[in-house]
Design a protein around this ligand. Structure first.
Ligand code: ZN
Length: 432
């Protein structure tokens, strides 16, 4: 499906940081690469900039329907575009929950109306996220929304029988269950941070890394047993990395994502009791952060996903124990990954494209996204200035919320432009 779009010449971009070429985009697709004759095309000067396939986020909370005071599909789409994304998966834990075909189609349609990024709904695994009865998985899969990723995110599918059935069910249409791995019996309702020496000293009730690891270990065995695919959302511990490494070596169909915040922020930040740093899974010690970086670089962890979790002030500005879990992520993800993984020399731009575009699109079954930079491919493109140094200012965010853990931090690299099907959604770092 191609639509008429004005021709755009992206001039002098470095493709994946590897070779310099001009890229001509016509009617939503990459028409020519090299030194095309592009008389009449709008020119985007990309000298010194790196061209990537449009980013894909496996894990976004857009809050609509139900909490439009925190974010809407439109404002979240703006944040995604500014962050260099061309597709996001919208988690199901809205109100009402996305657990029917109608609910999934509504999210899809609101995303299309916003028109800034492809909003692909995630379907709930269980009705109302209650963990008991399977949601309308088949109907959601066969709906116009063609749901392929199912998750009770925010909650863990903790009943092994229910998880087994869900894995068997999604297998029938190439779907995947994305698990928020957290044993509720090991992470009590009052828990608010990582359990360790620091939580003891601060007097904050915590939960241990093993609460995640036991579910990951169980789920990879269920994936093996059912021959189905499981995806580990927001992997956060060194123990989870060990299980993933083992499971992948066995040929089990498991994939995993890590968030930008778990790649950089550590549990020490809790010392100020600032609820901006309250998140689930919690910030972990430096040893875990290092294990996650290594696993992302070597492919044990497949993808970076934001877990963008906007919250209204009145839900976040509380004593640490009472505040809502979650932090913003869409606008800063690329900068964090560039800073931690690329600037440090652990990954190249091609690797960043793999973990932020190609693999997420494959995991989600989004055939049009995460494609190579090649003639004939859909022009979902992100142009990055690798030399930029940006001090994050929460008040310049286009998200409705302000729970931004990166405020005041300097990040390297910045999104210069984003194109969705050949149409600029962002130019010069601003919404087009
Ligand atoms: Zn989660």
């Amino acid at each position: 499906m191609t639509e008429k779009t004005d021709p755009i010449l992206i001039k002098g971009a470095s493709l994946l940081g590897e070779r310099t070429a001009d890229v001509l985009v016509v009617d939503g697709v990459v028409a020519e690469i090299g030194t095309p004759d592009a008389a009449g095309a709008r020119v985007v000067d990309a000298d010194g900039l790196v061209l990537l396939p449009g980013l894909v986020d496996l894990h976004t909370h857009l809050r609509e329907p139900g909490r439009e005071d925190a974010e809407t599909i439109l404002t979240g789409s703006r944040a995604a575009a500014v962050g260099g994304y061309t597709a996001v998966l919208a988690m199901a834990n809205t109100n009402p929950v996305t657990d029917t075909a109608e609910a999934a189609e509504r999210v899809l349609d609101l995303g299309r109306q916003a028109g800034l990024v492809d909003v692909q709904p995630v379907g709930a695994v269980t009705k109302g996220l209650a963990g008991e009865e399977l949601a309308e998985i088949g109907l959601m899969a066969r709906s116009r929304a063609a749901v392929r990723v199912f998750s009770d995110d925010g909650r863990c599918v903790h009943n092994a029988r229910v998880m087994r059935r869900a894995l068997e069910y999604v297998k029938a249409f190439g779907g995947v269950v994305s698990q928020h791995a957290q044993d509720p019996d090991l992470a009590g309702p009052a828990s608010c941070c990582h359990e360790g020496e620091l939580s003891g000293r601060l007097g904050l009730p915590g939960w241990p890394g093993v609460a995640e690891e036991v579910i990951v270990a169980r789920d990879v065995m269920l994936a093996r047993h059912t021959g189905s695919r499981v995806h580990v959302a927001h992997a956060s511990t060194a123990g989870t990395v060990e299980v993933l490494r083992w499971a992948k070596a066995q040929g089990i169909a498991v994939t995993a994502e890590v968030t930008p915040h778990h790649l950089l922020l550590t549990t020490d930040l809790l010392a100020g009791y600032d609820p901006t740093f309250k998140v689930n899974p919690p910030l972990r010690p430096a040893e875990d952060v290092e294990a996650l970086r290594g696993a992302l670089a070597d492919g044990t962890i497949d993808a970076v996903a934001t877990d963008h979790a906007p919250h209204a002030r009145h839900d976040k500005e509380h004593a640490f124990v009472d505040a809502a879990f979650g932090m913003l992520g869409l606008e800063t993800a690329l900068g964090v990954v560039a800073t931690v993984m690329v600037e440090s020399g652990r990954m190249g731009w091609g690797d960043l494209a793999r973990v932020m575009s190609t693999r997420p699109a494959q995991i989600a079954g989004l055939a049009d996204h995460g494609r190579p930079l090649a003639v004939g491919e859909p022009a979902h493109l992100t142009l990055v200035d690798p030399a930029a140094a940006v001090v994050v200012d929460r008040d310049s965010s286009v998200s409705l919320s302000r729970n931004n853990p990166w405020h005041g931090r300097s990040l390297s690299a910045a999104v210069h432009a984003t194109l969705l099907r050949g149409v600029p959604t962002v130019l010069e770092g601003k919404l087009a």
